[in-house]
Ligand binder design. Structure first.
Ligand SMILES: Nc1ncnc2c1ncn2[C@@H]1O[C@H](COP(=O)(O)OP(=O)(O)OP(=O)(O)O)[C@@H](O)[C@H]1O
Ligand SMILES: [Mg+2]
Length: 452
């Protein structure tokens, strides 16, 4: 910085040098001068002059407006500042070029949560102008059913300054809603100052449609499988079991007619009678496994208790069943889903775990029900895909999804496995509503928002 001082009542007007811009005293300064003149108090007039790399500020000090007595000049070297501005302008130009040619929808917001930038991809997608989207304008394009969730994720992440990922429906220029996945990350200056977010969205409508199709197919297959299981279980119980029972009665009557002295024949008939009873009991077990009529008639608690006893007795594993705080009313689809999960998890314990003991816990409250099956067996690596694995766990996930619940599988090698299934009690209705909504017409609305 340099200072200049000039004395005397000389004229201080100077023609700006080439490349200089002159900042003349403003209107308010002049009127201030008049006021000063009237009151005969000393005052100053300022003028700034820019050169390419220099900013010079002139300050005229005088005892009255017409008689300047001193001219003071201050000169600042602004070369570095100008170079920085040039670099910033260049980098912004490059960013816009990249952002506008990227095949994604890009947005940026400031530290106040309001949006300050949308790339060409976004504007082409929504068919709206930049001015319409800026600030909170973009929110009018978000599906009304997704907006509250979207805002909650955005606000919470923003306040915590952490990245986020969310899926929502955004109105396309043709009026249809498309699913997008939005990744947002916080932006910071070099000195660590938070300056907002930058986000990119990808249209995932095709993927969502395929997922929905697969889910509905999965659901239909499970329903078809259940119906077929029930049919076979009925056949086994009502037809084959009855015929076996008649065979057993016939063999018993035959045994009675044989004289005690005919030891060989009696032993043979007794052997057949024993085989018939075993076959009948196996058929019963298979029938119960395929479709638990106990579940239909006496409910989930009794059916699960029976299953645990059966597995424990048959495979010589300790299976402890605990039930507490269970809500009175458990919808049939939820009960069947939990029963099937327990069945598959216990089969896995028998087949894979080498566990000594297993716990089955059924609990809940008014808002939901949970089922936990844990064993102390050898466990497995849940992160590694096993090419020999079947579809038991996949089917558990699919079943729980159909009733709007969630499933978690935790396993630690040599320590055991825990399968936890949780179902909110209004979830089956919710899931049905969600499915209808995903395929039906949506209403359009707008909300006033505090920020993105
Ligand atoms: N309780 C458990 N203890 C140890 N390993 C387990 C347990 N449960 C599952 N696993 C492992 O997870 C794999 C996947 O189980 P999943 O039930 O999906 O298929 P599967 O039992 O192999 O075949 P399927 O159920 O179709 O007859 C199993 O092959 C096994 O390696
Ligand atoms: Mg299995």
């Amino acid at each position: 910085m340099q200072f200049y001082l000039e004395n005397g009542p000389r004229r201080v007007n100077r023609t700006p040098l080439q490349g200089e811009r002159q900042h003349l005293p403003s209107q308010s300064t002049t009127s201030a001068s008049s006021r000063h003149k009237r009151s005969r108090v000393d005052f100053g007039v300022q003028a700034g002059v820019f050169r390419r790399t220099r900013f010079r500020l002139w300050h005229l000090i005088s005892s009255s407006f017409r008689k300047p007595s001193l001219l003071m000049g201050i000169s600042f070297d602004v070369t570095e500042q100008k170079q920085q501005e040039e670099i910033r302008r260049e980098s912004e130009k490059r960013f816009r070029l990249v952002a506008d040619s990227a095949p994604v929808l890009i947005w940026m917001s400031g530290a106040d949560k309001l949006c300050t930038f949308f790339n060409l991809g976004w504007l082409k997608f929504t068919g709206r102008t930049l001015e319409q989207e800026l600030g909170n304008g973009w929110a009018s394009g978000v599906h009304p059913d997704d907006l509250e969730r979207c805002m909650a994720v955005y606000t919470a992440s923003f306040d915590a300054r952490v990245g986020f990922e969310m899926e929502y429906r955004l109105r396309h220029y043709d009026g249809e809603y498309h699913w997008v996945i939005d990744h947002g990350v916080p932006r910071f200056e070099c000195d660590g100052t938070f300056c907002g977010y930058i986000g990119s969205c990808i249209d995932i409508t095709e993927r969502k449609l395929s997922e929905d199709f697969l889910h509905s197919l999965g659901g239909r297959l499970i329903h078809a499988q259940e119906e077929e299981r029930a049919r076979i279980a009925r056949e086994l119980h009502d037809d084959f079991s009855q015929r076996l029972a008649l065979l057993g009665i016939g063999l018993g009557q035959l045994l009675k007619t044989l004289p005690k002295s005919d030891v060989e024949k009696r032993a043979h008939v007794l052997e057949m009678l024993k085989g018939t009873k075993e076959l009948s009991s196996d058929l019963h077990a298979l029938s119960r496994q395929l479709h638990s009529s106990r579940l239909d008639h006496v409910g989930l608690v009794s059916a699960l208790g029976g299953l645990c006893r059966e597995i424990s007795g048959k495979h010589k594993i300790e299976v402890q069943f605990i039930e507490c705080n269970l809500p009175l009313e458990i919808p049939n689809d939820v009960a069947l889903c939990l029963f099937r999960i327990a069945q598959e998890a216990l089969n896995n314990v028998v087949k894979h775990s080498r566990a000594k003991s297993t716990h089955v816990e059924l609990g809940g409250n008014a808002s939901g029900v949970s089922l936990c099956i844990s064993d102390d067996g050898r466990g497995f690596d849940t992160a590694r895909s096993n090419p020999c694995a079947g579809i038991g766990i996949i089917a558990m996930h699919e079943r729980i999804r159909l009733v709007g619940g969630r499933l978690s599988v935790r396993s630690v090698l040599m320590q055991g496995t825990e399968i936890l299934a949780e179902v909110p009690l209004n979830a089956s209705t919710n899931a049905a509503a969600a499915r209808t909504q995903a395929s039906g017409a949506w209403s359009i609305g707008m909300l006033a928002l505090p920020g993105r």
